[in-house]
Design a protein around this ligand. Structure first.
Ligand code: FAD
Length: 487
């Protein structure tokens, strides 16, 4: 029994339905049309493509149905300081050099500020070009990946059609009571406000920020991280787009947070995430509207949230997936990635032989690690720049998780990048943000000095030329989408 028909609910429903018997004997999804969905998750990470493959989604169909565009990464504007820009691309910055990660040579040669030039997706994105990576692992064109931007409401509607087609029963109604067995504490049935009642044996709570089952009925406490990530509100509004569609998300640092710009085929999605302790709602809305590329296409939506997660993700016979389990601001587009991880773990640990708490503990362990890894990566963005507004000064002055403090200190002391959660962001991602924000390590690996500096410089220059040559062969993004849709 899946509770909620937002992105989390329909992704879960479709994926479980596709698992087939014996895992998916009877899947129902209940949602309330009156409550509606949050409807703002529009940028993803490359892992969405694994999910789509698993769910049997055809890429061309998906691009057409959801007005999607391709995403090669994120441009960060004004984060280090106003006027500065850097790119976090979905790809590496070249192979190892003499057995070391290329970053040691970048430090040695003072090339940290030129990092984007060694990233094929960053260069393609800035040129407005897109082509899928090559399958030939030895090719330069295999050194990157891509994700999508899509219209969240079209995506949910698309998933709904596929899930219902795959046998998921769709119940529309508002749940007003969750009944638990008085002895076991397990959830037994849901009562709807029209007196219907529905029973289930396993409940997936996809009810959004309400967390109706896990946070509500089961009262699992919330681990609050707002002292680390104080941004707690957002305005979101779509505006008219242009003919050229940039194949990347833009994130622009502002007075008390940041704005996003997500180009789709039919419009641009925009939003402003801010800390209400540092900026009032009207000023935040004005900053968003002032920065739009074109006229707004709808009334701006106001959203409130809190960083953190439920202490347990799986309790008894209830697993929370999506916003009901927790939230981290969408700076690196991680919420849908966390939904994918929840679904794939649930599939892996599916309780076919009955409920055993060991399954729940294993599930929790993975999800707690995933949230903590992403939390550290997101906080990193706020730690190293030089913006001077009170919000930014406060973000740099406050304590940070020990795990992140160690990662930053290690990089500064040695040029080494320690990765604790490679499933979300690997070494190239950390390098992009660390160098992009202007971190300057005091040392690099001593073995980097074995090769003469001019030989390394020639090698790196060749890499840059190859990237530029390859980018020139890629079609403009809009042209690629039109050609795909016409196939
Ligand atoms: P919701 O969309 O809120 O769905 C909840 C469902 O539960 C609804 O169907 C509702 O009807 C149902 N429900 C609730 N209560 C009841 C009840 N009593 N009875 C019956 N049904 C009920 N993620 C990304 O990956 N990338 C992004 O770029 C991104 N940007 C974001 C920007 C902002 C400002 C915010 C707040 C979030 C963003 N997210 C992003 C997160 C993303 O929007 C969510 O992860 C995603 O939409 C999943 O939401 P959900 O399905 O968990 O909840």
């Amino acid at each position: 029994m899946i509770v909620g028909g937002g992105t989390a609910g329909w992704m879960t429903a479709l994926a479980l339905a596709r698992m087939g018997p014996p895992h998916a004997p009877h899947i129902s999804l209940v949602e309330s049309p009156d409550i509606g969905t949050v409807g703002v998750g529009e940028a993803t990470l490359p892992t969405i493509r694994h999910f789509n493959r698993w769910a049997g989604i055809d890429e061309r169909d998906f691009i057409r149905e959801t007005q999607a565009s391709f995403k090669l990464g994120i441009e960060f504007r004004d984060w280090r300081e106003p006027g500065h820009s850097f790119f976090h691309g979905f790809g590496d910055h070249g192979p190892e050099i003499a057995g070391l990660s290329p970053y040691h040579q970048m430090i040695r040669l003072g090339l940290g500020d030129a990092l984007d030039q060694f990233s094929l997706p960053a260069q393609a994105a800035r040129a407005g070009r897109f082509a899928p990576p090559s399958d030939d692992a030895k090719s330069l064109a295999a050194t990157y990946s891509y994700a999508y931007h899509f219209d969240a409401s079209l995506y949910a509607a698309y998933l709904r059609r596929l899930a219902i087609g795959a046998g998921v029963a769709h119940v529309q109604g508002r749940i007003d009571h969750v009944a638990r067995n008085p002895e076991t504490g397990l959830i037994e049935r849901l009562s709807l406000d029209d007196d219907r009642s529905i029973a289930g044996d396993l409940f997936v709570d996809c009810s959004g920020f309400r967390s109706l089952l896990l946070g509500g009925a089961l009262d699992v406490p919330f681990e609050d991280w707002s002292h680390w990530l104080p941004a707690d509100r957002a305005w979101a509004v779509p505006c008219a787009g242009t003919d050229a569609i940039e194949p990347y998300t833009r994130s622009m640092a502002c007075t008390a947070g940041w704005r996003w710009r997500i180009p789709l085929q039919h419009r641009i999605g925009n939003g402003h995430v801010y800390a209400s302790a540092f900026q009032d709602d009207q000023a935040a809305l004005d900053a968003l509207i002032d920065g739009l590329d074109g006229p707004p296409l709808a009334e701006p939506r106001h959203l409130r949230f809190r960083a953190g997660h439920r202490r347990r993700f799986w309790a008894g016979n209830c697993i929370a997936i999506g916003l009901s389990s927790g939230f981290l601001e969408p700076l690196e587009s991680t919420s849908i990635n966390l939904i994918e991880r929840g679904i794939s773990l649930l599939a892996q640990l599916f309780p076919t032989a009955g409920l055993d708490d060991v399954l729940a503990r294993e599930y929790d362990r993975h999800m707690i690690n995933a949230f903590a890894g992403i939390r550290d990566f997101v906080i990193l963005h706020y730690r190293l720049g030089r913006r001077t507004e009170p919000f930014w000064q406060a973000m740099r002055a406050q304590p940070m998780p020990d795990s992140l403090a160690d990662q930053i200190a290690l990089f500064e002391a040695s040029g080494e990048i320690a990765i604790r959660d490679p499933e979300s962001f690997g070494e190239p991602s950390w390098a992009a943000i660390l160098f992009g924000l202007g971190a300057t390590p005091r040392a690099y690996h001593p073995l980097a000095d074995r090769e003469p500096a001019d030989a390394i410089e020639r090698h790196l220059a060749r890499g840059r030329t190859l990237i530029a040559g390859h980018v020139a062969t890629m079609p403009p993004h809009r042209q690629f989408i039109d050609a795909l849709a016409a196939q």
